[in-house]
Design a protein around this ligand. Structure first.
Ligand code: UDP
Ligand code: MG
Length: 310
């Protein structure tokens, strides 16, 4: 059993494989810990797996998993955590946005008894403007309504003690919003700040729609408020409608009928129609996830493993 498992998800990152490992080795070498590096190839269609295989030939501490297709980063991390045998694991991006040089600080905290150490980003300078707005909005909403607390700037760069790994592995859900799951299990947590580097090569895999879906994965996984809030919205609108109805009745009795009113009628119909569609949409988002959970399909399939026993 190694002391430390490094878990790296790769999706079309052939050009950063060499440089990432090149920067990891000296850092890991300076720790006087035994380690394994678990590289999860998440359905890459470029030369990523060939590059990883080459690295494995050079150093047997590298272990490889090739997923049957692209299952997404959360599935890749889930797979890595299931296969990790270390007393602790570190998950990090493979595009060099998470600098390996931060690892000794994570280890330092772990040695002092912290069971879950987050590397938190000091700023979001590496992200585009739209991405920054979306994340800010997401975290503002998440902080307000979610049942868990995420440290500001926390992502998927963190160290998990064996106890935390086992706890996360025991969670059966298919909707794997990993940073939420990791935060949810609890344990003694602390943070280490770091500066996000620009992406080494290529572009982020998250476009607008994928970010929105990811945001909803997070919210629906850790809050039921978006579902329940419509009860109160409904109560409020009904009360307002009742009051307005009473007012209209009285007015008609006193002043007689008043035919004009097209504008207010349209506004009322459209507003309520919009609210109804929105609330139905939210129910649909949750329902879709319930369907996924009920189908209970495996989170991922592995096509090939290199370097693992049996
Ligand atoms: N990734 C993955 N599967 C995917 C998308 C991304 O394993 O379907 C990996 C990717 O190779 C990288 C990490 O997840 O190591 C973060 O991806 P990316 O840099 O695109 O996200 P961002 O840094 O923009 O959040
Ligand atoms: Mg990145």
């Amino acid at each position: 059993m190694p002391d430390l498992s490094i878990i790296l998800p790769f999706h079309n990152e052939a050009n950063s494989v060499r440089q990432l490992l090149h920067r990891l080795y000296p850092v890991l070498g300076s720790l006087s810990l035994s380690y394994e590096i678990i590289c999860v190839d998440d359905g890459s269609v470029d030369a990523t797996f060939a590059a990883l295989r080459h690295e494995r030939d050079l150093d047997q501490r590298i272990k490889l998993v090739r997923m049957a297709r692209n299952f997404g980063k959360e599935a890749a991390l889930t797979c890595g955590l299931q296969l990790a045998t270390g007393r602790a694991a570190i998950t990090m991006d493979s595009d060099l946005q998470h600098p390996p040089e931060v690892i000794p600080q994570l280890i330092e905290k772990w040695r002092n008894g912290v069971e879950l150490v987050y590397a938190v980003r000091r700023n979001r300078n590496a992200d585009g403007q739209m991405r920054r707005w979306l994340s800010q909005a997401f975290y503002a909403v998440f902080r307000t309504i979610a049942e868990i607390k995420l440290p500001a700037g926390a992502g998927d760069f963190c160290l998990l003690d064996r106890k935390v790994i086992d706890a996360v592995n025991a969670l059966p859900e298919r909707n794997r919003f990993m940073k939420g799951l990791v935060a949810w299990v609890g344990f003694h947590q602390d943070v280490v700040p770091f500066d996000v580097a620009p992406r080494q090569d290529g572009a982020s895999h998250w476009n607008f729609f994928r970010l929105i879906r990811f945001a909803f994965d997070g919210l629906s996984g850790f809050s039921t408020l978006p579902l329940r809030i419509w009860t109160w919205g409904g109560v409020l609108v009904s009360c307002a409608a009742l009051a307005y109805g009473g007012y209209l009745t009285l007015r008609t009795l006193i002043f007689g009928t008043d035919v004009p009113g097209y504008a207010s009628m349209m506004v009322g119909i459209l507003f309520l129609g919009g609210i109804q569609l929105l609330s139905l949409g939210v129910i649909g988002e949750y329902l879709a996830r319930v369907v996924t959970e009920v189908k209970a399909r495996p989170i991922f399939f592995v096509a090939e493993r290199v370097g693992f026993d049996s």
